[in-house]
Structures are given as C-alpha cells and as structure tokens.
Design a protein around this ligand. Structure first.
Ligand SMILES: *[C@@H]1O[C@H](CO)[C@@H](O)[C@H](O)[C@H]1NC(C)=O
Ligand SMILES: *[C@@H]1O[C@H](CO)[C@@H](O)[C@H](O)[C@H]1NC(C)=O
Length: 455
C-alpha cells in the first residue's frame, strides 16, 4: 500500500517535472532574442560581474514623479525614448521607484539590457508600503504579497541589479526611527522569499534618507544581528556636495565612518542643484579615495519635475522626444571623464555584521527583536505570491498588521491569490530560469500529496 502510493506519487512527480521542463506547443514565440547582461552579485563590500568590480553609474528614473503613479518600464514608448537618452549619457544603471507588478516588462527590460543598463527596483510603491507613522498596521500580508509579486516580475531579468526594501521610510531622528524594525523585517522577508523560491540571489537592501543624526545607527541596524535579517548592501541619499570638494562636503568622514562596514554601499540619490550642476560627485565616487568603501551612485534625477533636479524636460508624458537641459551634457561629460576604475578598487573581501546600535536621543529602538512575518504571508514562501495588484486598488496600508495578528478575512484576503495558475501562465512568457521555482513547487506539491496519502 505504502510503496504503491509512493510509486504513483513518484510517477506523478515525474510527469509534473516533465510538463514543467517541456515548453508547451502553444507557447508563443519570443518576439526577439532575450538580451542578456552578466548578472551582478554582491561579495565582500563590493558588487561584481564575474570577477570584474561593478560600480553603479546611473540615474534615478521616475517620469512624472511618484504622484503620476506610472511605471515607465511598462510603457514602451516612454521606455524606448529614454533608453536612447540613457545610452547618450553613458550610464549603466537606472533606479525605478514605482513599477506595476501586474504589467509585462519584456520589451523595456530587453532594450535596457541591449544598452548595457541594469535596473534597481523599489519593491514598494505609495499604495503598498510601510507607513512610517503606523508601521505595525502597514506590515501585513497584502503589503508583502505586492512586494513579493514585484520580485517575481523582475527577478527573471538578468539585468535586475538589486531590490530596495524601502525608500526613506525613516526620515527623522524621532518617531520614524521606530519604523526601521518593519523595514528590516521586510528586507528579511524579501531575502527569504528569494531563497525559498529558488531564485537568483539578487541583492536586497534599504535606501536611506539623508538624516545626519542617525545615518550610522540606521546603517548599522540594517547590518547587525543574524545573517538572515541582515541586508545585502546599504544605500543612502546624499546632497551635500555643493560648490565644494571631498573634504568640505564631509565625504572623507563618510568614507572613514563606513570603512569596515562589511557590505557594499552606494549613493541611491546624489546631485546638489545649487552649484550649477557640475557633478563633481562623479570624480569623487570613482576615485581611489572612495572606491574601497563605495560602489558608485545614482544621480537624482533624469526627468525635470517640480523640484527642479532633472536633466531632461519632457513636453508631455508620451512625447516621443525629450529636451535635454544643460545638466544633461554636464552629467554625460562627468561620466566619460571619470570611467570606472580598473582593478578591484581596494575593496574588502570579507562580509561581516556590525554591532547593533543602542537606544539614544537619535535612535529610539531599544530591541534587536524583529516583528514576525504576518501569518497570512507565510504561504507565499511555499506557493509564490500569485498575481500582483499593480498600481491600483486600495493599497495595503490599512489591511492590518503584525501587532494585531494577521488581517481578518474581511480585510482583503480576496486579493491574495497564491495559486499555481500564475506559474503555469508564467511559463509562456518567462525564460528557463523561472522554471526552477516551478519545479520546486511541483516537488513540494507531490511530496505533500504523498505525505498526506501515507497518513
Ligand atoms: C561619522 O561618525 C561620527 C561618530 O558616530 C558622527 O559623529 C559623524 O556625524 C559621522 N559623520 C558623518 C558624515 O556621517
Ligand atoms: C533629534 O535631533 C535634534 C537636532 O540634532 C536634537 O536636538 C534632538 O535632541 C534629537 N532627538 C530627538 C528625540 O528629538
């Protein structure tokens, strides 16, 4: 009886695996060859493509700003227009703050890969994020479902460089510091999800606001404790380089303070605008004074918005062309005059944890304990996140949180669809790399099934 059940379970396993590994006849032809770049890995305190040190030399990219609620990587007109400009700039990375995890990104991600450009994706968006003033409530399974669905959507592309687990959630030295526990828990969950789903180990880390009082504490907090809860890198925003130089800007201190940090670091936003946009930051970032600790940075920002930082003006959202502002040529020149250094840049080969910060006037967290993953989100680790909610709906902020237990069924479990239908539909559009988690899922399914039958 037992062995018969086991044998049939194994036969079923073999069939499921065969189905998983064989393209179905109805699978549509790929429109074009999938472009490919060597993947970026984090090792020691640096990033790498193979044995070559990788430096982020990029821009922040969100046409229309966050209020437009638009994913530029899902709009072919917008994306292809801007990829042509990116090539002119000579960048190798863009960061996108807001993406639609229900949309297809093949065309744009391939065009970027063709242009040699990597993408750093913020896994949050205004609808699905941690609320800095009510972090416990906003850390819930609907939030994580969206975060994980964003991972599912972008991890299949070789040119996805990294994921941000949060952006400027902590923005002062008072109340918002308490939200750091939930950002760190999200980082932990994202890294665990990537591992459990058998995905490529795309680095996950936080993008910190430029808060001078607790920058070090926050950085140390994200890199302390057990390995499963530590980030893969740290990034912060910095606008201090204004009519100035390495020492006056205090960047020498920022090198000194982060020497021995034990993880890759880069600037997730930089670019003072009161200095005529000379982009002296680029020379500093590529110099031996910084490369032993920093791995480049992202200039804020590509499009000109109300805040006046952009280097191209876009006449209308779908406009086929852009107007390059003065800063465009200056930034391109700064990049070409300061290429990525050859050699290893004086990196540190060991990765290590640092001591957790203790509570003080600028850092209010008094525990190293992290919130547990919301009960309703555990299933995603095994079954996948299912279809993403995109940039619509009521969002997750009020869906309930860890402190009150999991959200009640009435508060939105219907939006959670952790089924295998996404996976089987996914085969058609996703390349071979995405079949590993499917095969794992099939195995888990069959083993669970046989376990059930044996009982
Ligand atoms: C460097 O660290 C010291 C000591 O923690 C701190 O007082 C200083 O503000 C830090 N400097 C920068 C630029 O972060
Ligand atoms: C926050 O920073 C300000 C300015 O440095 C300081 O006066 C204050 O004591 C700090 N802490 C709190 C809890 O406000």
């Amino acid at each position: 009886m037992r062995s018969a059940t086991l044998a049939s379970a194994l036969a079923l396993a073999a069939r499921v695996l065969l189905v998983a590994a064989t393209p179905t006849p109805t699978e549509p032809e790929q429109p074009c060859k999938r472009a490919s770049l060597p993947t970026v890995t984090a090792s020691g305190n640096a990033f790498w493509t193979g044995k070559t040190r990788f430096y982020v030399r990029g821009v922040d990219y969100q046409p229309g700003g966050s209020s437009a609620m638009k994913d530029p990587l899902a709009d072919t007109t917008v994306c292809l227009r801007d990829v042509a400009e990116f090539k002119e700039l000579g960048i190798n990375t863009i960061r996108v703050y807001m993406t639609d995890n229900s949309a297809n990104h093949d065309t744009c991600m391939n065009a970027l890969a063709d242009a040699g450009i990597y993408v750093i994706i913020d896994a949050n968006n205004p609808l699905y994020s941690i609320n800095r003033y009510d972090p416990a409530t906003s850390y819930n399974h609907e939030y994580l479902q969206s975060v994980f669905a964003t991972i599912d959507e972008f991890i299949k592309y070789d040119n996805t460089l990294a994921f941000f687990s949060g952006n400027e959630v902590i923005n002062d030295n008072i109340t918002s510091t308490l939200a750091a526990r939930y950002v760190k828990a999200t980082t932990r969950d994202m890294r665990q999800y990537i591992g459990k789903r058998g995905y490529r180990k795309v680095p996950v880390g936080y993008s910190a606001a430029d808060v001078s009082q607790n920058r070090m504490q926050l950085a140390n907090y994200m890199n302390c404790g057990t390995d499963d809860a530590r980030s893969d890198f740290f990034a912060f925003n910095d606008y201090s380089w204004c009519n100035t130089n390495f020492v006056t800007a205090g960047w020498n201190q920022k090198v000194r303070n982060f020497t021995d940090y034990g993880l890759p670091i880069f600037l997730s936003e930089y670019g003072c605008i009161t200095n005529g946009r000379d982009f002296g930051e680029v020379a500093a970032l590529m110099s031996p004074e910084m490369t032993s600790v920093y791995s480049g940075g992202l200039m804020y920002e590509y499009t000109l918005e109300e805040n006046g930082f952009g280097i191209v003006q876009i006449p209308s959202p779908e406009s086929p062309s852009v107007n390059e502002k003065e800063g465009f040529a200056k930034f391109a020149k700064a990049l070409s005059a300061n290429p990525a250094p050859s050699g290893d840049g004086g990196f540190t080969s060991t990765t290590k944890a640092v001591a957790c910060p203790t509570k003080d006037a600028d850092w209010l967290i008094d525990t190293t304990l992290l919130p547990a993953i919301p009960e309703g989100a555990k299933v995603f680790m095994k079954d996948g996140a299912g279809a993403g909610p995109g940039l619509k709906g009521k969002g997750s902020m009020n869906a309930g949180g860890s402190s009150t237990g999991d959200a009640s069924p009435g508060s939105g479990t219907t939006t959670v669809t952790p089924t295998s239908t996404k996976n089987s539909a996914g085969i058609a559009t996703i390349g071979a790399i995405d079949k590993a988690p499917l095969i794992l899922t099939a195995l888990v399914f069959v083993l669970t099934l046989s376990g059930t039958l044996l009982l």
